[in-house]
Each structure stands twice: as structure tokens, then as C-alpha cells.
Write a protein that binds this ligand. Structure first.
Ligand code: SF4
Ligand code: SF4
Length: 396
């Protein structure tokens, strides 16, 4: 049975197991849901998930997302088998792609050669130069990881593997936007994802953890990176969050689930085949069932998952009256920690997004006009360099 629309699976072949122990990680404590587990996906589960996904994914292209914990702990043989199974189970004309998110510390030449051979897209986690990266990204013994990440990145580069940077914006680097951006682009990254760290400090409180990003700092971080990017790097460097905002100017739709009106088409699969509503909601109350060929389509389109996705659109009055709602979508429900008007929850990051989407409006709108006219968005860079675009920002 085919699902009604394309969807995405984020598969955790080693569950929450990881060789690092980053202080802000939201996933390590999921181990508590599987007491005694070795956290390795076995062959039967891999075969069932692969067959189920390819049988019921309606698009021409099915993307297998691999994540953890640290997904490389599953071992290279696991991925060789995964690629074989994809070839066995792909429907005629169906293309399979693999995107793997890693801390990059375990990548060596053998891994890199495999990724190149099978066109894996790698997302490598790096939070900036060593002093910023190592603040939270350490192993269990407290040892920093930056040098090991760099060694993995060098291996990926030697083999020509396509690699994006996944940058968490947290309490440690949130006042260093430009420094982080310059460091990563200096390392040769041309695709950057900024992922704000927002964790509730304990159930029932609106307080975020000590390592969560500060909203005012995130607003400043995004604005200063945006200004630099718009003057120097449009068309050469791609920042996922900026691309999403530009897409709203072009088509009315954001490209990221966190900014969309509804969500629920990106599901998580744990090492034993358990299917959850989303990687941000892996908990017993969001467990849908097993990602098997018999059940997957019905679970993805089922009432529980539809209700989960639709609930995102039920935003607070503050958001309904907000001029940037079409860019922000009220943010991810996981980030809605703060009480807004009428005590409805709104995003911890609200002030950051109000500021950034307002600040970027006139420049992105000008870029969208260029693109619509069939010209490169980067034309705007020349205007900005000649001193344009420095006036008051237009309301959105
Ligand atoms: S819960 Fe958040 S991360 Fe998950 S699909 Fe919805 S918006 Fe995206
Ligand atoms: S900026 Fe704030 S008020 Fe506006 S849509 Fe986003 S979360 Fe809601």
C-alpha cells in the first residue's frame, strides 16, 4: 500500500548509543526506553524497514536518513547491507538516496571511500572553532572532540564526499555568529544548517536548560550572519534557514518542517523498528508501532500521526496576530515552552524569529524579485556592497 504523500524516515541503527556525550544532546537519555538493549539494528529489522519504506513511499526518490546517537557505531558492514537491500527492494524507476548525520569522529578513509562510492550525503556536526565546539561536544571522559572531527572531515574531503555542516546554536556559541560562520566556511563548507538548542530544564517548567540558546542572542546571531552572507556569499554558501525564508518570498511555503504550518511527515525509526512521530518526539506516547512492510503506510497516514502533524497549526493568539507567522509557523512544538497570551504556549525562540524574519525581509524580497525575473539572487549582493539596503527594514 502506498502512503498518501511522500514522507521521510530518520533511522537510528545504533539507537541513542554514541561515542561522545555532548552535554546538550536530547537523544542520549532515550536509552531509558530500552533497558538492557545493545542498541544495534539487526538484519531482519533492517530488511523490514527497507522493504516497508520502499514499498509505501509514493515519490520517485526515497531518502534514507541515518542518525543517532552516532550511526557509525552500527559498523560499515551494516551500511553495505543497507545499500544492497535498497537495490533489492527499490520499485522500478524508484531512486534511493542516503543522508547520514554524524559527529564525524569515527570517519576514516574506509568509511569515506564507501560514502563516496554510494553517494551518501554527510551532515557533520561542528559548532565552530575549537574553543566554541569543545565547550559541550566532549566524550564521556570529558575529552574534547574538535581534532577528531577535523580528522574525519579531512578523510571525507580526500574522497570527495558531499558534506554539510550541522551547527547547533547553544549557550556557548550564541554570541559568536560571525566567528562560527567564518570558521565553517573557512573549512570549505558551503551548506550550513543552524540548529538552535532548546531543551526544557524539567517537566512542567517553562525554563530552558543552561546550555539552551538565549533567544536574544539567537536573533543577533542570525542577523549578523545574514548581513555578512548577503554582502559576500549569496550563491556560494547556502544556509538552510535563509533558504527557507527566501522560499516563503518565492512560493509562500517554508522548506523546513519547524517553520511549516503543519508537520508529521518526518518520522523516526529506532534500532528495533519502533516507529515514532518525529525524532523530537521519541517517547512512549508518540510510539506508533513497527515500521514493517505490512504496517508502515497505515501508521504514517493513520489518525494518531495525522493529529500529531495537524496540531502544529494550532498556534497561540500571539502567533496568529504575528507578521512573521508565514515564515516561522509558530516554530516546532518542542520549542513551545513559554506561556503566551491566554497561557497558550509559544516558542522559546519567538523574539529571535520575529527579529530575524523582519530584519531579512527587504533583502530576501529583493532576491526573490531577481529569481522571479530569471536572474541570480546574488545580484542583490552588488547593490548591498554599493551601499544600498542599509535603510530601515521593511515590515513583513
Ligand atoms: S515536531 Fe518539530 S521537528 Fe518534528 S516534524 Fe514537527 S516541526 Fe519538525
Ligand atoms: S515569531 Fe513568535 S509570535 Fe510570531 S509566529 Fe513565530 S513564535 Fe509565533
Amino acid at each position: 500500500m502506498l502512503a498518501s504523500q511522500p514522507f521521510h524516515l530518520m533511522i537510528k541503527p545504533a539507537g541513542p548509543a554514541c561515542n561522545l556525550a555532548c552535554s546538550y544532546c536530547y537523544y542520549l537519555d532515550k536509552a531509558a526506553y530500552y533497558p538492557g538493549s545493545r542498541f544495534r539494528m539487526d538484519d531482519d529489522t533492517l530488511a523490514a524497514v527497507t522493504a516497508g519504506y520502499l514499498q509505501c513511499h509514493p515519490g520517485k526518490e526515497a531518502v534514507f536518513g541515518w542518525q543517532g546517537g552516532e550511526p557509525l557505531l552500527a559498523g560499515l558492514e551494516f551500511y553495505r547491507r543497507a545499500v544492497d537491500l535498497q537495490q533489492q527492494h527499490a520499485r522500478p524507476g524508484q531512486r534511493t538516496l542516503n543522508a547520514l548525520q554524524t559527529n564525524a569522529t569515527l570517519v576514516d578513509d574506509e568509511w569515506a571511500a564507501f560514502f563516496r562510492e554510494h553517494d551518501f550525503l554527510i551532515g557533520a556536526s561542528m559548532d565552530g572553532p575549537p574553543g566554541l565546539h569543545d565547550r559541550y561536544r566532549r566524550d564521556r571522559a570529558g575529552r574534547p572532540s574538535y581534532r577528531r572531527v577535523l580528522s574525519g572531515l579531512h578523510a571525507l574531503r580526500r574522497h570527495g564526499v558531499e558534506c554539510n555542516a550541522l551547527v547547533t546554536v547553544n549557550r556557548g556559541n550564541d554570541e559568536h555568529g560571525l566567528e562560527v560562520y567564518r570558521h565553517l566556511t573557512g573549512l570549505g563548507f558551503s551548506h550550513l544548517q543552524f540548529i538552535p538548542v532548546v531543551e526544557r530544564s524539567s517537566q512542567g517548567t517553562a525554563k530552558a536548560t543552561a546550555w539552551s540558546v538565549r533567544p536574544h542572542a539567537l536573533g543577533q546571531f542570525l542577523c549578523e550572519v545574514f548581513d555578512h552572507w548577503a554582502r559576500n556569499d549569496v550563491g556560494r554558501v547556502f544556509v538552510q534557514l535563509f533558504e527557507s525564508a527566501l522560499n516563503v518570498w518565492l512560493t509562500g511555503e517554508p522548506t523546513l518542517c519547524v517553520f511549516s504550518r503543519t508537520c508529521g511527515r518526518a518520522l523516526a525509526v529506532e534500532h528495533n523498528g519502533d516507529l515514532y512521530a518525529c525524532d523530537h518526539f521519541v517517547s512512549p506516547s508518540h510510539l506508533l508501532g513497527k515500521a514493517s512492510p505490512e504496517a508502515l503506510a497505515a501508521l504514517v497516514d493513520g489518525p494518531q500521526q495525522r493529529a500529531f502533524g495537524a496540531a502544529k497549526a494550532d498556534v497561540a493568539e500571539d502567533c496568529r496576530a504575528c507578521p512573521v507567522l508565514r515564515f516561522c509557523g509558530g516554530d516546532c512544538p518542542k520549542h513551545r515552552l513559554r506561556a503566551g497570551r491566554a497561557k497558550r504556549p509559544i516558542s522559546h525562540l519567538c523574539s529571535a524569529y520575529r527579529r530575524f524574519f523582519t530584519h531579512s525581509a527587504s533583502v530576501l524580497e529583493a532576491m526573490a524579485q531577481e529569481v522571479r525575473a530569471g536572474r541570480p539572487a546574488a545580484n542583490v549582493t552588488e547593490v548591498l556592497r554599493q551601499g544600498g539596503g542599509g535603510g530601515p527594514q521593511r515590515a513583513v
